[in-house]
Design a protein around this ligand. Structure first.
Ligand code: GAR
Length: 192
């Protein structure tokens, strides 16, 4: 599930193509917005994509039911939130207990929870003056960024870093490696 540029989705696609995710098939990409470039990446990789928007007209539960229907129709067993910036409804979280992975661009429990997403995370890390940050892959539960941690990787902050340079380093050195590996580990565990 994606909302933006989809570089983490691309890392998963590349890992799958290189044989590093033998225990999972990439069946569907769901975007929260129609202009997400991640949808183009999915199309180029031959993965079906669709847009499911949370509009004000529907309740969060009804949106969850729509999502669950799509997930069931496509026989989805594991969900990866790869830069998905809509809060996931509780009915979906309950139905996929310990089967939803999220990537977060900091070392949880630092700079996480409500309001911490994308560049805002790196802005906060730089404002606090930390010398080490990183990325975390965790299972999703009803608490924002509060589920069980699967994997973490530290990344050094460098003098002169901007939120953008730090984001790029965290992606290159941590996120794009951690997420495909965590997906394979979780999928492999379910296969046993
Ligand atoms: C990534 O840095 C991801 O860690 C972050 O959004 C970016 C999405 O980039 N996710 C969060 O902040 C979740 N709280 P991408 O679309 O290029 O993968």
């Amino acid at each position: 599930m994606v909302s933006g540029g989809g570089t983490n989705l691309q890392a998963i696609i590349d890992a799958k193509n290189q044989g590093r995710i033998p225990h999972a098939e990439l069946s569907l990409v769901i975007a929260s917005r129609p202009d997400a470039y991640a949808l183009t990446r999915a199309e180029q990789a031959g993965i079906p994509g669709l847009v499911l928007r949370k509009t004000r007209a529907v309740s969060i539960e009804a949106y969850g039911e729509q999502l669950l229907q799509v997930l069931r129709d496509n026989r989805i067993e594991v969900i990866v939130l790869a830069g998905f910036l809509t809060i996931l409804p509780e009915n979906v979280i309950r139905a996929y207990d310990h089967r939803i992975l999220n990537i977060h661009p900091s070392l949880i429990p630092s700079f996480c929870g409500k309001g911490f997403y994308g560049l805002k995370v790196h802005e906060a890390a730089l404002a606090r003056g930390v010398k080490v940050t990183g990325a975390t892959v965790h299972f999703v539960n009803e608490i924002a960024d509060g589920g069980d941690i699967i994997a973490q990787k530290p990344v050094l902050v460098e003098p002169g870093d901007t939120p953008e340079t730090l984001q790029k380093r965290v992606m290159e050195q941590a996120e794009w490696l951690l997420l495909p590996k965590a997906l394979e580990d979780v999928a492999c565990g379910l296969d046993k």
